[in-house]
Design a protein around this ligand. Structure first.
Ligand SMILES: *Cc1c(COP(=O)(O)O)cnc(C)c1O
Length: 220
């Protein structure tokens, strides 16, 4: 029987294994345990196994379960990895330590305003629509230079770039493209890689990987 501790050890070992040929330090890769749809009873064993960085994709769901957990474990770091509506910016700024889904000027305005009001600057990754998919969130590649300039001008801390590659295709070329775009803009943070491809992402420079299924099992 696999449990949270053994799955976490496995994922950490896999990260270390690919860090070696990539000449990277495992400590430079932040493992975000994606706990969306998981309840506190499922999350706790992972916390007990030492995991402290978690990711959620919905503000409301995160609000319902994390304040209590964080009271018990104040060193937990919470990342918002899902799309964010501008009218939820204040809640997001209050609750999350990092936001991975900054992808449009209207949201930038809302987040900057929320950060001013809260007196708290939350680092944000700019999400890039790396596969140029019509239905997907993310800043179009063509608009990225102007958007990055706008983020910098708004004094919103820029953590790096984030992407979700198109489903059912080889992710590596998209990870490589995101790494190149980040380098072009002098950014070092790269949020890329999920359960199916985090090792590839680490090989290609990911600094933040977002792993759910490999840690928690299939979502119900
Ligand atoms: C759910 C989700 C993940 C984790 O996916 P798994 O395949 O379960 O590891 C990563 N990133 C985002 C944006 C997600 O919504």
């Amino acid at each position: 029987m696999e449990n949270a501790a053994t799955r976490l050890a496995e994922v950490r070992a896999n990260i270390a294994k690919v860090c070696k040929p990539a000449r990277r330090a495992p400590a430079d890769v932040t493992l975000i345990a994606v706990s969306k749809t998981q309840d506190a009873a499922t999350i706790l064993p992972l916390i007990h196994a030492g995991q402290r960085v978690f990711g959620e994709n919905r503000v409301q769901e995160a609000e319902s379960k994390w304040p209590a957990l964080r009271e018990a474990y104040p060193d937990i770091e919470l990342h918002l990895i899902g799309q964010l509506q501008s009218n939820k910016a204040e809640e997001a700024v209050a609750l999350f330590d990092v936001i991975h889904s900054l992808d449009r000027p209207s949201l930038l305005t809302a987040l900057a305003k929320a950060m001013d009001k809260a007196g708290r600057r939350v680092p944000c990754f700019v999400q890039v629509n790396i596969g140029d998919e019509a239905q997907k969130g993310g800043c179009p590649i063509a608009e990225l230079p102007a958007f990055i300039a706008a983020v910098r001008a708004a004094d919103v801390p820029l953590a790096g770039l984030m992407c979700i590659p198109p489903a059912d295709t080889e992710a590596a070329p998209f990870f490589a493209l995101l790494a190149k775009l980040a380098a072009d803009h002098g950014l070092t943070g790269l949020s890329m890689g999920m359960s199916g491809d985090y090792e590839t992402a680490v090989m290609l420079g990911a600094t933040h990987i977002r792993v759910g299924t490999a840690l928690f099992g299939q979502r119900g």
